[in-house]
Design a protein around this ligand. Structure first.
Ligand code: PDD
Length: 287
């Protein structure tokens, strides 16, 4: 069965799907995106992802390519046409197609929309969570507006590749103050020695993860204490637990940082219980 993409108004097999060579996403990374998890046929936390999309678009003065209602329908349709039960749906909006010029094109240029979906194996991610993952740390060399979910991800790509080459799963960006900002495509958390969940406030230096928001709700329901503050690499290495969150990984325990084991080097119980309770709390929209 060929994979089907939505491209500017049409559902097309991937081999026929194309965007214009002067799409501003291609030339300037002038666009934004979202990734939602699909679990058992439900799109997870879609309202949160679309609210954040709205914010990203506003911050960059890009219009909605279609109405929010229409986009919800397109996401569901792409998931259904690709028969994805468990996986991811990806959407990207760029400022559209225009002759190359740094200045914004005239208002008559429509934003461009692409939506794709892919299946993933939940058993693989369950095994990953049982084993835990390793992270390395890298200097945070990104621009200041990482709160906007733009497709300009080169520092993230380079960091993630560095992690892969070091045999690790994720790279944590670290600011000049020695504090962890976030992962290349995940938010970073620790459980302190006194049992508090610690994660960086979403005001500055990180993307406000939708999974992060849901995990905070899960933690509240489990009666855990949460501290929204930045933490250093040293503190993370000495923590009781560490973990990462994102739509693609939900909650993944971190068992080593720069080659040093976190606690006993096994996934921690807090991370695993947050993961176990996640779907009870997350918003589920039938695709
Ligand atoms: N990344 N921080 C960064 C830099 C991210 O790229 C992401 C998500 C997150 C977590 O956000 P959320 O919980 O909303 O997925 C944090 C997506 C999954 C990606 O680029 O594939």
């Amino acid at each position: 069965m060929p994979r089907i993409a939505y491209v500017n108004g049409r559902y097309v097999p991937h081999r026929d799907a194309s965007v214009h060579i002067e799409d501003r996403g291609y030339q300037f990374a002038d666009g934004v995106y979202e990734v939602c998890e699909i679990s058992r046929g439900y799109i997870i936390d879609m309202p949160g992802h679309l609210d954040r999309l709205d914010r990203s678009l506003r911050e960059l003065s890009i219009g909605w390519p279609v109405s929010r209602k229409a986009l919800e329908m397109i996401l569901g349709e792409v998931v259904r046409r690709n028969r994805v039960r468990d996986g991811l749906v990806y959407l990207q909006v760029t400022r559209g197609v225009a002759r190359r010029d740094h200045v914004f094109p005239p208002a008559s240029v429509r934003p461009a929309l692409v939506v794709t979906a892919k299946s993933t194996d939940p058993a693989v991610s369950a095994r990953r969570a049982e084993a835990g993952v390793s992270v390395i740390t890298v200097p945070d060399n990104r621009w200041e507006r990482v709160d906007i979910k733009t497709v300009g991800l080169l520092p993230n790509v380079l960091a993630r590749q560095k992690a892969r080459e070091a045999g690790a799963y994720e790279a944590w960006f670290v600011g000049t103050d020695g504090k962890v900002t976030e992962g290349s495509s995940t938010n970073a958390w620790i459980v302190s020695q006194d049992g508090r969940l610690v994660t960086r406030p979403a005001e500055h230096g990180i993307l406000r993860g939708i999974t992060r928001g849901t995990v905070i709700k899960v933690a509240e329901q489990l009666g855990l204490k949460i501290e929204e503050r930045a933490f250093t690499v040293e503190e993370a290495k000495a923590a009781r637990e560490a973990f990462i969150t994102s739509a693609t990984s939900i909650v993944l325990p971190v068992v080593s940082i720069d080659g040093a084991a976190v606690a006993n080097g096994h996934p921690g119980s807090v991370a695993l219980s947050l993961r176990a309770a996640f779907f009870d709390v997350a918003e589920k929209c039938l695709a």
